[in-house]
Design a protein around this ligand. Sequence first.
Ligand SMILES: *[C@@H]1O[C@H](CO)[C@@H](O)[C@H](O)[C@H]1NC(C)=O
Ligand SMILES: *[C@@H]1O[C@H](CO)[C@@H](O)[C@H](O)[C@H]1NC(C)=O
Ligand SMILES: *[C@@H]1O[C@H](CO)[C@@H](O)[C@H](O)[C@H]1NC(C)=O
Ligand SMILES: *[C@@H]1O[C@H](CO)[C@@H](O)[C@H](O)[C@H]1NC(C)=O
Ligand SMILES: *[C@@H]1O[C@H](CO)[C@@H](O)[C@H](O)[C@H]1NC(C)=O
Ligand SMILES: *[C@@H]1O[C@H](CO)[C@@H](O)[C@H](O)[C@H]1NC(C)=O
Ligand SMILES: [Zn+2]
Length: 448
Amino acid sequence: MLALYKHVSSSFLCRYSPSPGPLRRFVGILSSTMIQFPALFILLGLLLLANSAAVDRTSEEGEAAILDPNQECTPYNYATVTNQMNSFPQVWESASILSDDAAAFAKWSSISANIPTNIPQKTQPPPSSYSASDPDCWWTYGQCTTPKLADLPPDVAAASEPSTLGYGFDDGPNCSHNAFYDFLQGQNQKATFYFIGSNVADFPLEAQRALTDGHEICAHTWSHPYMTTFASEDMQMIKLVVGVTPTCWRPPYGDVDDRVRAIAHALGLQTIMWEYDTADASVDGKTITDQTVVDNYDSFIQKASSGAFNSTGAILLTHELNNFTMSEAVNFYPQLKNVFQHLVPVGVSLNKTQPYVESNYSLPTFEQYISGTLTGSRGSPNSTTALPSSTSTSLRPPSTSTANSAESSASKNSASSLVKTGYNQILLSASFAAICFHFFGTVDFLMI
Ligand SMILES: *[C@@H]1O[C@H](CO)[C@@H](O)[C@H](O)[C@H]1NC(C)=O
Ligand SMILES: *[C@@H]1O[C@H](CO)[C@@H](O)[C@H](O)[C@H]1NC(C)=O
Ligand SMILES: *[C@@H]1O[C@H](CO)[C@@H](O)[C@H](O)[C@H]1NC(C)=O
Ligand SMILES: *[C@@H]1O[C@H](CO)[C@@H](O)[C@H](O)[C@H]1NC(C)=O
Ligand SMILES: *[C@@H]1O[C@H](CO)[C@@H](O)[C@H](O)[C@H]1NC(C)=O
Ligand SMILES: *[C@@H]1O[C@H](CO)[C@@H](O)[C@H](O)[C@H]1NC(C)=O
Ligand SMILES: [Zn+2]
């Protein structure tokens, strides 16, 4: 279905219109039938009305109103993305620097002095030859989150505030997430969402909803590779679709070492990890079952209620991946609320009031959030004015269609600058091309 999306052309879907001749004939038949069976047509009209009310697939607001998960997961066309797709890698394929992107190559050389060359690329799983002293602070090897390389900040693996859960979900946007986002909205709860660029490309209106609802967005790579193609093109895609550039990222599978951290750091990305894992995305029916996930939630909740997070909070790995992961999030929400004093987006737990490169979106401080100011400001580029309604659950712009057309005309006027906005992220993928090569054993054009 994801692949199919790329081939659904709007012109095919929308521009077909019958020539006047047959159309007149059709109208003629139609009106004579209408005279004979009026009730049928009233019914038909009502059905059409009900249906058209449910299928606005052109705006964030319309998409957010869809209640049927199957309908929400049906591919749709979004011109802003379609028109820019040639500046991005194929969805779910490794990201690379486009060969004609001189700015990206220039950025790469500007940061490459900061990237250690003595930290070798890795294989998956860690080989027995890797030193037990874990010289590279390789998380996959030993869950290391405090870099050994000088000048790198530690990963964020816990919420530092007492009895606080840094609440967030990986792998979105899921196409059928409305029930889950509606739930969060009903609870007045904000979270951090780690979006995969390919999902953002496929479901842009779902991605927009996260920002509209006041959640925090971090990057989670373009195509979710092991050991990172690190495709920050996902951030370009987030910028293109949602209008913001994240400054935080979470490595898929947690697969990060000091070399990867150095690149992320040089590009202004804070690395967000976790210490506890529900394994909700790993259910395989064998070693990990639904019950395993329930048990993991239970033992985490048990730990919290025994006071383990009384002085330093926690981050728990959970996913927006599918109906099961989101349903468990809903099921366990009351208990998490019960055992933690505060459930807040990770950025809020860090007092990170400027979560994006763009200065016109802010997050509240931790203190503000826990006293009821759940969302920050949003305004003109340099504005710091807070929104009047501090507990507003939605930042939905007054007119989504205006926002969209502004967005698409912006992208039309500056296709290349949009690409450049995120060019630094592309560099990341390039850096890891060799790793992909290693992992997948396929020839990859990403090598630099
Ligand atoms: C943790 O905090 C709770 C609530 O303040 C308290 O009842 C409990 O005794 C504390 N537990 C520990 C181990 O400090
Ligand atoms: C979203 O969740 C649905 C329901 O579990 C699943 O069928 C679908 O594959 C998921 N899609 C994406 C893009 O995550
Ligand atoms: C899971 O799927 C069911 C059936 O489609 C739906 O009613 C429910 O809202 C979904 N739950 C979540 C959290 O998405
Ligand atoms: C956040 O700010 C509050 C005061 O406003 C402070 O007490 C707290 O330590 C800060 N937390 C972090 C993680 O910086
Ligand atoms: C934020 O600023 C950017 C330019 O940096 C602009 O494109 C965008 O429309 C602004 N968003 C809002 C909500 O004002
Ligand atoms: C916003 O601030 C930047 C740097 O502080 C400045 O260059 C820019 O002109 C300002 N933009 C507006 C719209 O005030
Ligand atoms: Zn993931």
